[in-house]
Design a protein around this ligand. Sequence first.
Ligand SMILES: Cc1cc2nc3c(=O)[nH]c(=O)nc-3n(C[C@H](O)[C@H](O)[C@H](O)COP(=O)(O)OP(=O)(O)OC[C@H]3O[C@@H](n4cnc5c(N)ncnc54)[C@H](O)[C@@H]3O)c2cc1C
Length: 425
Amino acid sequence: MSTDTTCLIVGGGPAGMIAGLLLARAGVEVTVLEKHADFLRDFRGDTVHPSTLRLLDELGLGARFDALPQSRLERVAFPVGEHSVTIADFRRLRTSRGYIAMVPQWDLLDLLSDSAHEEPTFTLRMNTRVTDLLWEDGRVVGVCHEGPDGPGETRARLTLACDGRGSLLRDLSGLQRREFPAEIDAWWFRLPGSAPQEFALAPRAGEGRFMVVFPREGYLQIAYIGRKGTDAQLRERGIAAFREDIAELAPEFAERAEALGSMDEVKHLDVRVDRLRRWHTDGLLCIGDAAHAMSPVGGVGINLAVQDAVGAATLLAGPLRKDGPTPAELARVRRRRLLPTVVVQTLQRLIHRNVVTPILAGRRAGPPKPVVGLLRRFPALTRVPAFLIGMGVRSEHAPVFAWRAPQAPRAPRSTSPGSSGSARS
Ligand SMILES: Cc1cc2nc3c(=O)[nH]c(=O)nc-3n(C[C@H](O)[C@H](O)[C@H](O)COP(=O)(O)OP(=O)(O)OC[C@H]3O[C@@H](n4cnc5c(N)ncnc54)[C@H](O)[C@@H]3O)c2cc1C
């Protein structure tokens, strides 16, 4: 089966769904291909930052987002001795939403999908895995895919690679990556119960490892950080030894750790920090994790992917409505989004070197003492980390064509496997 569209988006993660929604609101015919049958999959982070909250308000989706089950993080604090010190206070930001919302990523993606389906030019094909690029005269003209109806091709004027950190399209396109050393890996798991919200993101450190706890509605999402390359060793030691690690790092969780049945419940994240030297080739543009894999430090991957999508839709909606985009127009997206990416990755690498590595080496239990002292003395400075994490450099506003009046919450529409919405065949 062969299909034509104007903009083909590969990957229905945060970057792909935001780009799809915005371009559809611009009247561009857009098709999103997503390999999974639904958005319900492994935990992949669920932090929605103030700049994304502002964007949702501009898109008219603020009230619908507020109706999703969520917890809110207004500040990040570290326990220091008997007390705690606030590192980032989001209430100090000049925005109406001074907090990070913790929402399961699938709920956010469902909301974006529901909203995009209200546009007649939007198509989402779930259960459709892209397997190859289609080239003509050195130009990408679409993709090959496998779906519920068997193999097929979709041709498009622009293919937007939003297929994440392991991007197949990036690899097939031959675009070159620059990798930065990341000496840590992360393991994610859940424990039942609750914990004080303000200690979210505060590390519980021990020799060679530490844990960061994210309190959620009814459970704790926990990141266990250890040295890179130790996944096999951790699994070989088994679940009983892992439960002991948890109890050592956070004795108050010792009993709850019994809820972990096996190491299968502990998901390994191979931490990588990289970015493409060029984000496009003729007919193809990479954004989000496909263009730059981020460290989990600061939990900014979703936000940056969303901001890339807004930047791309803002610059490319016009050319897509005409005959474009040209390679020069695609290059403008990277120029717009490079500074925020470089700033975040540089900060993450600095934090790896000056905070994470010393904690793993058992030399320190939190941020450097002079930083803690400064933030204690001048609490207004907590606005700086809050800004860098919550808003970021060059945070994007919704383009005018995508603004809508506030919409009332409604029952979510489920995304069914196979194709949905409209498509030009
Ligand atoms: C365990 C874990 C925890 C994380 N925690 C956080 C956090 O707390 N906060 C945060 O901000 N970030 C977090 N991140 C990072 C965050 O998930 C990413 O930065 C963000 O999702 C990037 O968005 P994206 O749309 O670029 O890519 P992704 O979200 O990775 O989406 C890519 C999509 O493409 C689809 N896809 C891939 N290949 C194909 C193909 N061949 N054909 C069709 N579809 C395809 C995938 O199924 C997926 O839906 C975490 C990541 C992981 C793995």
